[in-house]
Design a protein around this ligand. Structure first.
Ligand code: PGA
Length: 252
């Protein structure tokens, strides 16, 4: 199956104006310097979206946000709506990241509502799932991830508007990763859940990214797996050299 690889950077809550703009410019220059086959996405914090959008001008790098509300507008102090993200030129939004599931007690049902809203405003979604260390150690990884995929995706999602990211919680920012075999096992199981939910044709087209301590040195190993269609990168996306080296080393 010919799925276009995605290299997505999740900047999380990092970057003041000057460093955010210069990081985006550096990434833009490096991406433009060579012919590449993958799709790049950068997801800065809300405060930098407009400025990064400008810095990405003239490149094919897509802009993404890290969360959104499920309503179009209204009395939701502190929240940002999908319509607002579209208005700023975002193409993607990350939803259901484990840090939001943990810090903001977001349930899969809530995430599903956000996914639906994001799609209705023309955003594509990167929907994150992943098990905790305790769940892995008690053998529940596949069950947990399958349930999250089933419950976080509303009816009617398509490969054209949805990307899944498998991110084991214990691998995020820790330098620890599952073995390639363990990654492939979860990705294949997720593809199975998608097949049941969406049918084989959509499931085969939908990209499933791996995330959790991806860096230039493990990119080739992780991104050459059959069901791994790219990476969602946190820490290493804050250095343009590392972010681009991940794509170089993965051969995309
Ligand atoms: P990491 O984060 O690359 O720093 O482990 C990945 C993520 O949380 O998306």
């Amino acid at each position: 199956m010919n799925r276009k690889m995605m290299i997505a950077g999740n900047w999380k809550m990092n970057g003041l104006t000057a460093e955010g703009v210069s990081l985006a410019k550096e990434i833009t220059d490096k991406v433009k310097a060579k012919k590449r086959t993958c799709e790049f996405v950068v997801c800065p914090p809300f405060t930098l979206l407009s400025l990064v959008k400008k810095a990405l001008r003239g490149s094919k790098i897509a802009l993404g946000a890290q969360d959104c509300h499920w309503a179009e507008k209204g009395a939701h102090t502190g929240d940002i709506s999908p319509a607002m993200l579209r208005d700023l030129g975002c193409e993607y939004v990350i939803l259901g990241h484990s840090e939001r599931r943990a810090d903001h007690k977001e349930s899969s049902a809530l995430i599903g509502k956000k996914v639906e809203a994001a799609h209705s405003f023309g955003l594509k979604t990167i929907v994150c799932v992943g098990e905790t260390l305790e769940q892995r150690e008690s053998g529940k990884t596949i069950d947990v991830c399958s349930k999250q995929v089933r419950e976080s995706l509303p009816e009617g999602v398509k490969a054209a508007n949805t990307v899944i990211a498998y991110e084991p919680v214990w691998a995020i920012g820790t330098g620890k990763t599952p073995t390639p075999q363990e990654v492939e096992e979860v990705h294949a199981a997720i593809r199975g859940v998608l097949t049941k939910k969406l049918g084989k044709s959509e499931a085969d087209k939908m990209r499933i990214l791996y995330g959790g301590s991806v860096k230039p040195s493990n990119a080739k190993e992780m991104l050459s797996l059959e069901d791994v269609d790219g990476a969602l990168i946190g820490g290493a996306s804050l250095k343009a050299d590392d972010f681009i080296a991940i794509s170089d080393n993965a051969g995309c």
